[in-house]
Design a protein around this ligand. Structure first.
Ligand code: CP
Ligand code: NVA
Length: 329
């Protein structure tokens, strides 16, 4: 019997396959309840703190709406306006917040920061994205795969792009944990770290999953069930990196040729936000500077019948709600 009460949610490596599946099933149940208007204010009166040192739309809204749906109240602390990091250490901030709140979410930089908050807190701490991992995103992604295909076991998930970022790392971990076949298509210098690859391969030997790293996008995406990509420069990275990344990753763009190389019924996933047109400030700047009107994914694929990106975005709410519910109830 899975019981996650009191647990932190910092990275998926800390969780068993059974526990991850349990959270996904809880999210499916909560989604049904929300769809059918079944009240689920199971955490009435509790308080959560949301610490964001980086920007967010989906993660913040999912925590806020999720908490409120569960009957809780939230305090949002953004990149400015609190004492954290400037006048007060992480450890002191954590020891203050843990006395006022029932749960704490953190989005920011090094994984060591969220681990330190957890060390000094007596209430559950949830990772809303760090440089290394994005575990709540993974639950939404595999939930979307399950909704589409009925299961995730044995499915081939291919990530194209900057594979050593938080999303690439976490997809490799969740695939290993759930017995999926994970392929990363990237230039060698953007392959995930060897130590993490080895750890995931060890997990695969128990779960039946597999990890493949390739520089050949057509070989890697062949017969895929799901193609996934993410921005080429992540939050917190230097804007000067754009030129280098564009040169490195342009051959790894998910376009219709790549999409068609996957299975006929394959889906396209993206954690979002995405540069699939020039409708954003950064997208426009890149276009003016490098003449590129779409980056990690073409607008054609993004808007195609393969795309499940908005289902995936909605599932952020249900999965984050499941994480809060199961660790607090
Ligand atoms: N996918 C994701 O984490 O989106 P936000 O940055 O909007 O939270
Ligand atoms: N890799 C991206 C993910 C955003 C959700 C970033 O860290 O900016």
């Amino acid at each position: 019997m899975v019981n996650l009460k009191g647990r932190d949610f910092l990275k998926l490596l800390d969780f068993t396959s059974e526990e991850i599946e349990y959270l996904i099933n809880s999210a499916i149940d909560l989604k049904n309840k929300k769809r059918h208007g079944v009240p689920h204010r199971y955490l009435e009166g509790k308080q959560v703190a949301l610490l964001f040192e980086k920007d967010s739309t989906r993660t913040r809204c999912a925590f806020e709406v999720g908490a409120k749906d569960l009957g809780m109240e939230v305090t949002y602390l953004g990149p400015t306006g609190s004492q954290m990091g400037k006048k007060e250490t992480i450890a002191d901030t954590a020891r203050v917040l843990t006395r006022m709140y029932d749960g704490i979410e953190y989005r920011g930089f090094d994984q060591t920061i969220v681990e330190e908050i957890a060390k000094y807190s007596t209430v559950p701490v949830w990772n809303g994205l760090t440089n290394e991992f994005h575990p709540t995103q993974m639950l939404a992604d595999v939930m979307t795969i399950k909704e589409e295909f009925g299961s995730f076991q044995g499915k081939k998930l291919v990530f194209c792009g900057d594979a050593r970022n938080n999303v690439g790392n976490s997809l490799m971990v969740v695939s290993a944990k759930l017995g999926m076949h994970f392929t990363c298509c990237a230039p060698k210098e953007l392959f995930p770290e060897e130590k993490l690859v080895e750890e995931c391969q060890k997990i695969c030997s128990r779960t039946g999953g597999s990890i493949t790293l390739t520089e050949d996008i057509m070989e890697g995406t062949k017969d895929a069930d799901a193609l996934y990509t993410d921005v080429w420069v992540s939050m917190g990275e230097a804007p000067e990196l754009w030129e280098k990344r564009i040169n490195l990753l342009k051959p790894y763009q998910v376009n219709m040729d790549v999409m068609k190389n996957a299975k006929e019924n394959a889906i396209f996933l993206h954690c979002l936000p995405s540069f699939h047109n020039i409708g954003t400030t950064i997208g426009k700047e890149i276009y003016d500077k490098y003449g590129l009107s779409e980056m990690e994914v073409t607008d054609e694929v993004f808007e195609s019948s393969h795309s499940r990106v908005f289902e995936e975005a909605e599932n952020r709410l249900h999965t984050i709600k499941a994480v809060m519910l199961e660790t607090l109830r």
